[in-house]
Design a binder for this molecule. Structure first.
Ligand code: BDR
Length: 313
């Protein structure tokens, strides 16, 4: 049976690959809706990009909603320096024609979780957690209805990528992350500690270009754009590919290794705002709220991505 999911996202090239994988895998995902967030770029562009992606995949049956235009307690920080001014630079997708749904994304999350049997819907999270946190504040009863949250977010051993101590998705809205991680929901976190081991080398990008479909070309072109920033920054043989860890974990969890730990978010530090503090060695009695993933099989990961992207038009 495919898993029912709500995707929360701010596409972004790496989110785009993750969303395309999910759209191409109806045997694994029953996507109830895509809720867009402000993050990598502003909300107007993320909702536009999500609509362009469902059209690219031929899946306009999947509804797209817009959530909140800014984080809960601070001004929006974006990442155009990585993703380009459109957020999907390199993809060159036409202006989408499928309409944005009128309902607010936060209300969609609340209504959907209340309408579905408890425990059946999981959250597939690719962005700052603003909309999920707002839904939990508005309707605390939904916490026990969420089966699992699988999120690309956080960092500990690899420290920060937007500040020296914080990973981007958490840094943009630390209050939201704090609310979500304290909500008592089974949570899997795919942090930089694993994504920095999953590099899109030139050979892997060539493989997407050679799939022979439009989707493969779009993926190769947009990752070619977004990885140039990381290649300069890290000097590695490829850039980390963050977003697809979420569908990969949900489809093949055995590809990854992690540990059940406490993860807490720094919400007021001057130098450490947005840091995910991981009690990896169990030196506190804080509740173990997260399966924290630190390792993954890079070859299997890129093989799965290529298999699913190869199914697109
Ligand atoms: C996260 O930051 C964003 O810029 C990427 O798209 C990814 O979601 C990685 O820290």
């Amino acid at each position: 049976m495919p898993r029912k999911v709500i995707i929360i996202t701010d596409p972004g090239q790496d989110q785009a690959v993750a969303i395309l994988m999910a759209l191409a895998a109806p045997e694994s995902f029953n996507i109830l809706g895509i809720v867009t967030s402000a993050g990598n770029i502003d909300l107007n562009k993320t909702q536009r990009n999500a609509r362009a992606l469902v059209e690219l995949a031929g899946r306009t049956d999947v509804p797209v909603f817009a959530g909140c235009p800014r984080p809960i307690g601070r001004p929006l920080v974006t990442a155009e320096h990585v993703h380009g001014p459109t957020g999907l630079d390199g993809a060159d997708l036409p202006e989408p024609t499928v309409a944005l749904r009128a309902q607010h994304g936060v209300d969609f999350i609340v209504e959907t979780l209340r309408a579905q049997p408890a425990g059946e819907v999981s959250i597939f999270s690719e962005s700052p957690l603003t909309n999920l946190a707002m839904a939990l504040v508005k309707a605390p009863d939904i916490a026990e209805r969420i089966g699992q949250i699988v999120m690309m977010a956080g960092a500990y051993f690899e420290v920060g990528n937007i500040t020296p101590s914080a990973e981007f998705n958490i840094y943009v809205d630390p209050q939201a992350a704090d609310i979500v991680l304290k909500a008592g929901i089974p949570t899997v976190m795919l942090p930089l500690d694993v994504t920095h081991k999953l590099l899109s080398t030139p050979e892997r990008l060539r493989c997407f270009a050679g799939l022979g479909n439009r989707g493969g070309k779009v993926v190769a072109n947009m990752l070619g754009f977004s990885e140039s920033f990381d290649l300069r920054k890290y000097g590695w043989m490829g850039a980390p590919l963050h977003g697809p860890t979420v569908p990969a974990f949900m489809i093949e969890p055995g590809m990854f290794k992690g540990r059940q730990v406490n993860v807490s978010v720094e919400i007021c530090g001057e130098l450490t705002l947005g840091m995910t503090v991981v009690d990896y060695w169990e030196v506190t009695d804080r509740p173990k709220n997260v399966l924290y993933v630190t390792d993954g099989d890079a070859d299997a990961y890129f093989k799965l991505i290529a298999k699913l992207i190869g199914r697109l038009p």
